[in-house]
Design a protein around this ligand. Structure first.
Ligand code: PLP
Length: 423
């Protein structure tokens, strides 16, 4: 019998099994989402699962800018930036981004994902090396795989591990080190000063994916490199529009000649339609708001610091988070999904993150906070966290040996009972 390519389709039962047990957490529809709240399963939930850090998706000026851009330019450019898809609006946005970031130039892409794959595969050629943190975002990994260079990894935020990797590479090979500024699951920050020092020692260029740092860290949200006052030491900074900038899209910022090279070599830019006008208009309006209202970023931190303090005081394991992304580390996969479901049913929406999104035995609930959450929303969410933690024995379980395997839990009976409830 010849092999059937679709054997893998028939054999993929994991998601269907979870659906049958009522514990499938992905692709769940929200019927409405107005920033800090959403409607899930017909009920209002407090949204602690978005990346809308500055809460700008519903800002009146931002909404209006999207509408105005559609009125002026229509809904799409129906073409690549390379040919018919460049509007004066894109160029204006690139000038504004470069000004905000304090770099010579910036270049927009249609998604953040495309910004990473296009930039890395353009820069890293045959005979070059690309060296990444083990917790770097999937789009960085994909960019490395699309490049003709060789991929090496170092342990998460471990500068000694980075040095070990770099020290073994040939002197005469080109090297690009790529790190996240703020890690999207753990909410921890890359130790850029140390990383940059090692890169310089070994002649490596450095790129920072600051999808979760832009609008969040540094002076007026200019990101992780600005936070460390090292803007001139980073070769390429990548950001997205799908988080603080309340839209979809991505960009890179850096020296004009580097951006020029990438603009003419990034296949994800050249062979894909450009950022739609409404998205560009949205980001321009977000930049106006951020540059004119200096209270938004501090408000975000006030909310994030309040929640980190409270969640830690309640006994949750929040890992090494020091940003508005605060994981609640549960470890066991089933318990994580059950906690997610119980929270959603009780009025709090968070994101369950399971392997391969995190390493085995490190499943977590990703919670994230915005400048526009009210104190009463956050206090209500804390009450719900306390109630669910109590019912599912989350905190005690978390602080035992931390070595859970599916179905082998001290509190397995309560998990099984919950699984029944949702069946
Ligand atoms: C660290 C990081 N880089 C890149 C991306 C991709 O960005 P986008 O969703 O804008 O395509 C994301 C989004 O999930 C991210 O978290």
């Amino acid at each position: 019998m010849p092999a059937d390519l679709f054997d893998k389709v028939r054999n993929f039962t994991l998601a269907k099994d979870a659906m049958a047990r009522g514990v499938y957490p992905f692709f769940q529809p929200l019927t409405n989402s107005e920033g800090t709240t959403a409607i899930f399963n017909g009920k209002e939930v407090i949204m602690l699962g978005s990346n809308n850090y500055l809460g700008l998706t519903t800002h009146p000026k931002v909404r209006q800018a999207a509408i105005d851009a559609i009125k002026t330019y229509g809904t799409s450019c129906t073409g690549s930036r390379f040919l018919n898809g460049t509007l004066e609006l894109h160029l204006e946005l690139e000038r504004r981004l470069a000004r905000y970031m304090g770099t010579e130039a910036a270049l927009t892409f249609t998604t953040g994902y495309q910004a990473n794959v296009g930039t890395i595969s353009a820069l890293v050629g045959r005979g070059d090396y690309v060296i990444i943190d083990k917790e770097d975002h999937a789009s960085i990994v994909d960019g490395c795989l699309m490049s003709y260079g060789e991929l090496k990894r170092f342990s998460h935020n471990d500068v000694r591990s980075l040095e070990t990797v770099l020290s073994r590479l040939p002197d005469n090979a080109g090297k690009l080190v790529v790190v996240d500024g703020v890690y999207s699951m753990g909410g921890d920050i890359a130790p850029l000063p140390e990383i940059i020092a090692i890169c310089k020692k070994y002649g490596a260029r450095i790129m920072v994916d600051d999808a979760h740092g832009i609008g969040v860290t540094g002076p007026n949200g200019r990101g992780t490199a600005a936070y460390f006052n090292m803007m001139d030491d980073v070769d390429v900074i990548m950001g997205t529009f799908s988080k603080s900038f309340a839209s979809v899209g991505g960009y890179i910022a850096g020296k004009a000649d580097v951006i020029h090279y990438i603009q003419h070599h990034a296949r994800s830019l050249i062979f894909s339609a450009s950022l739609p006008p409404a998205n560009a208009g949205t980001v321009l309006a977000c930049l106006d708001v951020i540059e004119n209202d200096l209270s938004i970023v501090p408000k975000l931190w006030e909310n994030a610091n309040f929640m980190r303090e409270q969640l830690t005081r309640m006994g949750f394991d929040t890992g090494k988070s020091n940003t508005p992304i605060i994981p609640i580390i549960i470890r066991d996969e089933l318990r994580t999904v059950l906690a997610w479901r119980a929270l959603a049913d009780s009025g709090v929406y968070v994101n369950p993150v399971l392997p391969p999104g995190v390493p085995a035995n490190a499943s977590l609930l990703r919670t994230s906070y915005t400048a526009t959450h009210t104190r009463s929303q956050l206090e209500r969410a804390l009450e719900i966290f306390a109630d669910v933690a109590d019912r599912l024995d989350l905190v005690a379980a978390n602080h035992s040996d931390g070595n859970f395997i599916n179905g082998n839990l001290a509190g397995a009976s309560s998990v099984a009972q919950e699984a029944q409830i949702h069946n």
